[in-house]
Every structure is written in structure tokens, then in C-alpha cells.
Design a protein around this ligand. Structure first.
Ligand code: ADP
Ligand code: MG
Length: 347
């Protein structure tokens, strides 16, 4: 119901950038290769996302606005190994309950598509429409019916910078997708598909960044190196070893010459999901100890890959927090790998 959706919206939709995040993840889940995002007034007035993904048939387009009607979760067990980015089926109903939303979508197998219009959670219109394959969601007047939430929004410029940072993050982790961000008539990011993360990094941050970045890469076997000892109070035969699998890290870390005054140039992804995690930030600061002054930060782009069961991404609906099953193992792995990379590059 509407109230439940608006409460959920409080969890999922903090600000325009969180809307963009949910919609972007849906487009990626739908296998889109081209994603265009347009905003006006920092997303308060308009957020539009157009993708060339698989689209939805009419019934699914309507179902998408029912709570917990995710197409991505088949059993409770799936919660433990979430492979797709979205998994709670809460985003669309929440977003629709606090905005004026129009959905246009078409699947390749059908000649025409579906248009759905929802205002404050009420479906006003469902029509057949001539549309290209893929999905466009247009959202106007975010929080128009929840003034208390609207008051908490920051300036247009601040909200826009959050959106730009978010889209940049996603562009970095999906180098093979064409991703664009426009604010009114201004193109903020136009990132055509490239072959790999390194090319994307230089595409976004400029070619000269390459002179200051060191590639770092490592791989460890959780089963061999990461096994926690069986707790002493347990009998040996009760001990269940963690599932086998590798912990992999690739990415780039900056040389000491490149120093930043804040953490805004640190991007960490776990299984393709952008995270903001104290544990990893701590590992980074240890890796750079005595290399950078404590008041400055490196430029870092890290991609961590691990078996889904090694990381719990379900800690918070906004999904930037994670919980590692073996935190100290992950921490030390990141710290030691980067430290080694930095030491080897010393003149
Ligand atoms: P979740 O992503 O957690 O499944 P959402 O509320 O974000 O939940 O989306 C609900 C459903 O709507 C998705 O499971 C998916 O089937 C469908 N959907 C949403 N956005 C798109 C899109 N851009 N392309 C195709 N299907 C989509
Ligand atoms: Mg989703």
C-alpha cells in the first residue's frame, strides 16, 4: 500500500542520486549496453533514464510497481548469493510513491510497447504505445507529496554533484557500456564503450592520469589462505569450512605524487557493486602509511571479486555498506597487495 511504499521510500530514496542509482542498476540488470541519464535542477525537477535493455511486457511493467515483485529473486536461498544488482523489488514502488513517474517499455518480441503513468503511487494510465526496444523512466517532482523529505534536499548543485559522482562510479565499473549524463542542456559525461577499466579510467580522468597510476593485481584462494581456524569450543567434526573460491583484486593506485585532500577519488567495487566501506578505507590508509601524509588521500580504483557468499550486500537498503564474512582476511589482502605495489614502484 501507499504508506508502506512511502516508508520504504525513506529507506531507498534518500535523494535524487539514490533514485538514479536504483534506476541505473535496473538498466544494467536488464542487460542494457547504452544508458542515457538526463536530470534537471539536480534531479528535483526531472530524472530520465533511457536504456536499450530487454524491456518489459505489459504485465511485468505493471507488476514492477507492486512491492517485493522483483523478477530477480526466486527463493529465500537466493538472498545468500545475490548475483544481480537489484534484489528487493522495492525500488520502483518506492520511487513511484514519491514522484510523478512515467514508464515506457518494449520487449524485442513485441511490435509495440507499454506506457504507464503513476502519480504518488496511483496508476493513472496504462496504454499501448509505439516505442523502441528498451525502457525509459521519466520522473518529475521528486518528493512532491512528501514535503518533509523535500526540505531535506540540498542545493541543486550539491544534488547534481552526487549524481555526477554516482554515474562516474558506474561508468568506471562498466567500461563496455555506453553511458551518458546530461544536466539540462549540458553534457556532464559522455563515455562511449571502451575495452577495459584502464581505458575507462583514462577516458574519464584524462590521459595524463596514466602517468601517476600503478596497476595493482592479486589473487588468493580463500580456502587455502583464508580459512579461519575452527573455534575451540566447537568439535572438529562440527566445523564447516567456507565455500571454496578466489578473492581477486585488480585496479589502480596512485603514486605518492598524486595527492588529494579528500576521499572523493577513492572508488572501490565489490563484485561490481560500488561500496563505501570503513574496513577497505582503513586498509588503504595502512598501505599508504608513511608514503602519503596523513592529511592527504590517494587516487584509487579497485575492483574486488569474491564468491557471493563471502560478502553480505544486504546490510542496508541503500546497498553501499557490505559485511565481509572474513573481514580481516580481506583487509590484509588489500593492504598487503597495495603496499607491495607501492614498494615495488619506488625509485
Ligand atoms: P529489483 O531491481 O529489486 O528487482 P525494482 O523495484 O528495482 O526491483 O524493479 C522491479 C522489477 O522491474 C525488476 O525486477 C525488473 O523485472 C523490472 N525492471 C525495472 N527496471 C527495468 C528496466 N530498466 N528494464 C527492464 N526491466 C526492469
Ligand atoms: Mg532494482
Amino acid at each position: 500500500d501507499l504508506v508502506a511504499n512511502q516508508i520504504a521510500a525513506g529507506e531507498v530514496v534518500e535523494r535524487p542520486a539514490s533514485v538514479v542509482k536504483e534506476l541505473l542498476e535496473n538498466s544494467l540488470d536488464a542487460q542494457a549496453t547504452r544508458i542515457r541519464i538526463e536530470v534537471e535542477a539536480g534531479g528535483r525537477k526531472l530524472i530520465r533514464i533511457t536504456d536499450n535493455g530487454h524491456g518489459m511486457v505489459r504485465d511485468d511493467a505493471l507488476l514492477a510497481f507492486e512491492r517485493h515483485a522483483t523478477s530477480k529473486l526466486r527463493s529465500a536461498d537466493d538472498l545468500l548469493s545475490i548475483a544481480t544488482l537489484g534484489f528487493r523489488g522495492e525500488a520502483l514502488p518506492s520511487i513511484a510513491s514519491v514522484s510523478r513517474l512515467q514508464l515506457e517499455t518494449r520487449v524485442a518480441e513485441e511490435a509495440s510497447g507499454t506506457l504507464v503513468e503513476i502519480v504518488g503511487g496511483n496508476i493513472l494510465r496504462v496504454e499501448e504505445a509505439g516505442l523502441p526496444v528498451g525502457t525509459t523512466i521519466t520522473l518529475r517532482d521528486l518528493f512532491f507529496n512528501t514535503p518533509a523529505r523535500r526540505k531535506f534536499l540540498k542545493s541543486e548543485q550539491t544534488e547534481l554533484s552526487h549524481i555526477a559522482a554516482l554515474v562516474t562510479h558506474y561508468a568506471l565499473v562498466h567500461p563496455t557500456k555506453h553511458i551518458e549524463l546530461h544536466s539540462s542542456t549540458q553534457a556532464l559525461l559522455v563515455a562511449p564503450a571502451v575495452a577495459n577499466a584502464a581505458e575507462r579510467l583514462f577516458q574519464i580522468f584524462g590521459k595524463d592520469t596514466s602517468n601517476y597510476m600503478l596497476p595493482t593485481t592479486a589473487e588468493l584462494d580463500f580456502t587455502r589462505a583464508g580459512l579461519p581456524e575452527p573455534p575451540p569450543w566447537k568439535r572438529e567434526e562440527d566445523y564447516v569450512a567456507p565455500d571454496p573460491g578466489f578473492l581477486r583484486m585488480t585496479g589502480f593506485v596512485s603514486k605518492p605524487e598524486l595527492q588529494k585532500l579528500n576521499r572523493n577519488s577513492i572508488y572501490v567495487f565489490v563484485n561490481q557493486r560500488l561500496i563505501r566501506d570503513k574496513l577497505i578505507l582503513h586498509a588503504l590508509s595502512e598501505a599508504y602509511r608513511n608514503i602519503l601524509p596523513p592529511t592527504s588521500y590517494p587516487v584509487v580504483l579497485l575492483y574486488l571479486e569474491m564468491p557471493p557468499q563471502e560478502v553480505d550486500v544486504n546490510v542496508h537498503p541503500a546497498k553501499t555498506e557490505v559485511r565481509f564474512r572474513q573481514p580481516s582476511f580481506v583487509h590484509d589482502f588489500v593492504r598487503d597487495t597495495i603496499r607491495t605495489t607501492l614498494m615495488q614502484a619506488r625509485p
